[in-house]
Design a binder for this molecule. Sequence first.
Ligand code: NAG
Ligand code: NAG
Ligand code: NAG
Ligand code: NAG
Ligand code: NAG
Ligand code: NAG
Length: 711
Amino acid sequence: MAHGAMLLLISLALALGPAVGFYGGSMTFTPGNRFPDGSVEMHFYYRESSRGPCGSQADWICESGSCGILTYTEPVVTDSTAQNLWCQSEVHIATNVTSNGPFILSSSGCCWEDNVHGVGGWTLRTHVDTSRRSDTQSTNRSPVSAAIPNIRIPQNCFQNIHLLAHDPDNDVVRCRFNDANCTVCHQHQNIHLYQESCTLQREDSLDVGVHVFELLLEDYPVSNITLTDENGVFSVSNAFNDSSNPTALSQVPLQFAVEILPPSQGCVPGVNKPSFLTPTPLHGDMHHAAVGEEHEITLRAQISDNSIFDFQVSGPSNMSKTLTSESNGVLVATLTWTPQKTDLYRRVPVCFAAETLHSQSEMRCIIVAVAKARVLSGEAKVICDDNSISIVVSKASMDGIDQNWLQLRDPTCSLTSNATHILGTMSLNACGTTMDDSGDFIVFKNEINSFENLNAVITRRNQVKFGFSCQYPKMASVSNRYVNHKSDYIFTESSFGTFGYSFEVFTDSSFNRQVDPSQYPVQVQLMDQLYMGIEAHTALPEVTLFVESCRATPEDNPFSAVFYDIIKDGCIMDDTVMTYPSISTKYDFKIQAFKFTGGFDEVYISCSVILCAKDSLNSRCAQGCLSQAAQRHRRDVSQETARHFITQGPLRVARQTHNAASNDGGFLHISTSTGVFAGLFVLSIAVLVGMLVYNVRRTRPIDRMHLLSTF
Ligand SMILES: *[C@@H]1O[C@H](CO)[C@@H](O)[C@H](O)[C@H]1NC(C)=O
Ligand SMILES: *[C@@H]1O[C@H](CO)[C@@H](O)[C@H](O)[C@H]1NC(C)=O
Ligand SMILES: *[C@@H]1O[C@H](CO)[C@@H](O)[C@H](O)[C@H]1NC(C)=O
Ligand SMILES: *[C@@H]1O[C@H](CO)[C@@H](O)[C@H](O)[C@H]1NC(C)=O
Ligand SMILES: *[C@@H]1O[C@H](CO)[C@@H](O)[C@H](O)[C@H]1NC(C)=O
Ligand SMILES: *[C@@H]1O[C@H](CO)[C@@H](O)[C@H](O)[C@H]1NC(C)=O
């Protein structure tokens, strides 16, 4: 530990050099007051990232059109560390625009942070049109996005980055690379940008070092609208779907740096990289805040192999962050922000990630919508059952609301009512209920909305928007009558309803009689045949169980440093394993008993299992045994559940008797699999009888370099 701290200090000293590299910037804008003379006050919020020292290098100029007189605030530091590991500041720019023509604000500078592709200069451009939109009767609002100051990902863990692409006017948002002629830019051959979801996906590995991303966000109307300027001159903006070459209503920059770190030992959330826990908001969530009232956002993250020291946050000026530690490597950040009058109607992006020295959690971004006062809220009770959600809303608390104008996200599902309450019940995979993975919980969400009579010209009804959700722990804690025997596992997922697994040891190859739970730990002799069976219990008929991996460990922890792979990536690694044909929701196999050397008496077997829709051709189940190289193949993840770990044990392997040890003629028994990880792990094999393998994860010398190059 002391060693690590020293290295950190040395590298900090290096980081304090004079040059401050640009780490990116993002802009959003929103119209304010419209004055009788026809001018509109426009508000721009610009966030700029650096490693620190903090400040803004951007100097916005009017590149074309008439931009009015720009009034700046001083940059306000919104998040930083004392050690200059990251920093972000926000500047508010306001201008009164008298002419209604479009205009472009721009800013440029010489020096991106030193990066892999030697990109030097940067330019940020913001296209604005203050005309009145026919659908909102107001000036267009720009798409809203942001990014944390310094995205850091170990090379082997980069899969994709989900960027925020919100639009306050419900327009279609498209993300593009800055260069107009470039969909797959020269500097990002190994990255694919999904323009509509604003997701960057890895196609091939990226070099270690800083990579810069220069994106533009554009918004397009969902239906044909007209834009009318102050002189009554109007133009048509065609719906995104109806036009082969649609024109954007506005363009804002989103630029950021991604630092690819040297490969880490693994990418398992919660183990090698921080994973978020409830009540951390989900990516894309919308929060509602009111002027003058403190709004609080709680972030919680956990890691077992390392320690989380902070959260990087991209938020508005005046948002504060307090950190508290909990047990088991959990760090909590409480973000508080009190919107001012000038923030009214803003949609404010807030992005965050949890930090360790070697890794970072995924980045999540949410929107905080600022209203005058708290949105009207009814009194509701949400009941979460195994397979359904029920909501009961008191009518008395929703004065002036006509229940006939309320609907669930899927309007074909009906709400019912009695004299006092409005009632709705829906199954977890119906009525527009969406599913999100929050890390330790699966969250099912729906909402009750009011809708308009399309033929009415005016409305006098209050608007209702009422979100509700049910959270299900991914791993249910099952009361365990027998301390050593693991009971069935129960998981809940969207299109699979509630399902569970059992993992049992059987007495013989008929797989009819399971070893009684009271017999645990199961006593076995080396060379004995062990009969084990995994079964999925689900009401759905058309599913297949897939056992992706099974690993033996000497302790009740599938991530134990000492382990032996029995099945890996769907491939059987141990020569003594034999599987028995069975129905699609069962997996029966036998294996010859073995034991870990080094004084371990017990063996636990942990398997990761997936359920897939039976007929799906692209699911993990259909792929079967995959060598390392073949794993980049895309899968249809809607057709399968997440990976679940189930564990059984312990098996207690009887101590060697002299007799047993001498009756084995064959000596070394190494399965062919051991070569695969010989490069990563030192494998020491001790031979007693049959197969005894002992795996030790070596502390790799690369770790120290890791620290140096990270900071
Ligand atoms: C815009 O004009 C209004 C009214 O004249 C004034 O109160 C406001 O300060 C002006 N805003 C800016 C940014 O110049
Ligand atoms: C894109 O390519 C066209 C022709 O290839 C060229 O005329 C245009 O200037 C390019 N635009 C940019 C922004 O590089
Ligand atoms: C929108 O405009 C386009 C082009 O004029 C037209 O083809 C399309 O039908 C229009 N869509 C609607 C919904 O009116
Ligand atoms: C555009 O069209 C596609 C398919 O035609 C549809 O799935 C999508 O929802 C449409 N988008 C909008 C914004 O209407
Ligand atoms: C920050 O908060 C202070 C006092 O709470 C307030 O006076 C100031 O205007 C706020 N700044 C911004 C940018 O909201
Ligand atoms: C309406 O239903 C709710 C929920 O089931 C119940 O609590 C309430 O008593 C019912 N009211 C009447 C008048 O039956």
